[in-house]
Design a protein around this ligand. Structure first.
Ligand SMILES: [Zn+2]
Length: 340
């Protein structure tokens, strides 16, 4: 397909090549009953000055994850272009309909933006948003930072996320950029090999690609927000867009983990999930992880669930109520960094 149709259908009000600071939108067409020639205005900002890499910073990929969008808004308002060497492109509320709704997925087409890449310029609203990021922004970018949190259904240890690189060089760059974030925990996450995420698409486009998981539970975490604020600045310093090597040094070196094929514990029955351990607890495969209780059948013995991997409890389902297929727990296993 002719992908420059993306530019035609989703035009931006900012000039990405113009020095200085611009705050605008790109338009996603939405022809509805009460607005035949209407559009969805999706915020985009550019800060450009001098020579240096282009960093694309995304928040609001899921609409119920708030630390990233707050951090990016602060940078958009607070950064003086004179501080920048290169170009910053901000998309702080990229799935605008989901952000407005405070929901993970779009209320318009029900799609999860982070399972929609590389998008389709002639597709639904969410597919068109993904196509704008993939077709219009990614060709300009050197580094992509996608700021997530756990969202309404999960609470996750605030952490930087490494997108697996497509080449050893890219992988090394992704590891270094994620470690530069300075989170206590850094995790390699391949989303079960799913290529439809924003960071996987960015890696495919040749960019250095990292992300975050900042707490969650559909709230704003004080600690995660503080980490997000300094981590993003640290990454921008690491790639040379902001001066210095690290803006705020972490208290201790980050511990490296990965999510293996045995990380996720999935509910197999309908009930209420009782976790055994708090986030960050070291656990072993085979150890009791939790129970599913049957509240209306008090005579029925709860089902026991056991960890499938060694590591730490990295994420936990927030609502107590579970149905078959719900992800109850996530274990992150120690990750050995391969020599460069
Ligand atoms: Zn997310």
């Amino acid at each position: 397909m002719e992908r420059n149709i993306t530019q035609q259908l989703t035009p931006a009000t900012v000039d990405f090549d113009k020095p200085g600071k611009q705050i605008g939108v790109f338009h996603v067409p939405l022809s509805s009953h009460d607005d035949a020639w209407g559009v969805i205005p999706v915020p985009v900002a550019v800060i450009k000055n001098g020579e240096g890499p282009t960093v694309i910073l995304e928040g609001g990929n899921h609409g119920d994850e708030y630390e990233g969008p707050i951090t990016l808004g602060e940078l958009i308002r607070g950064l003086d272009p004179a501080e920048v060497s290169g170009r910053l492109i901000f998309i702080p509320a990229i799935n605008q309909p989901a952000v407005v709704a405070g929901r993970r997925v779009s209320p318009i087409d029900g799609l999860n933006l982070n399972r929609t890449f590389p998008g389709d310029p002639l597709g639904t609203t969410t597919q068109q948003i993904a196509a704008f990021v993939n077709d219009v922004l990614f060709p300009m970018g050197d580094v992509f930072v996608d700021l997530h949190s756990g969202g309404s259904s999960l609470d996750i240890i605030p952490s930087a996320v490494i997108e697996p690189g497509k080449t050893p060089e890219q992988h090394e760059a992704n590891v270094n950029a994620a470690l530069a974030f300075g989170a206590p925990v850094t995790v390699v996450i391949d989303n079960r090999g799913d290529p439809r995420t924003a960071t996987a698409s960015a890696a495919l486009a040749g960019m250095t690609a990292i992300g975050t998981e900042m707490a969650g539970a559909g709230t704003v975490s004080i600690d995660a927000l503080a980490l997000c604020r300094r981590g993003v600045r640290n990454v921008l310093a690491h790639v040379g867009v902001l001066p210095g090597e690290t803006v705020v040094a972490p208290e201790a070196p980050s511990r490296l983990y990965e999510l293996t094929g045995k990380a996720h514990l999935i509910a197999e029955d309908d009930g209420v999930f009782e976790p055994i351990h708090k986030l960050g607890t070291e656990v072993r495969a085979g150890e009791l992880a939790g129970r599913i209780h049957f509240l209306t059948q008090p005579g029925r013995t709860p089902i026991e669930m056991h960890y499938r991997a060694d590591g730490i409890v990295y994420g936990r389902r927030q609502p107590g109520r579970v149905r078959p297929g719900n992800c109850c727990l996530v274990v992150a296993s120690p990750y050995e960094r391969k020599p460069a």
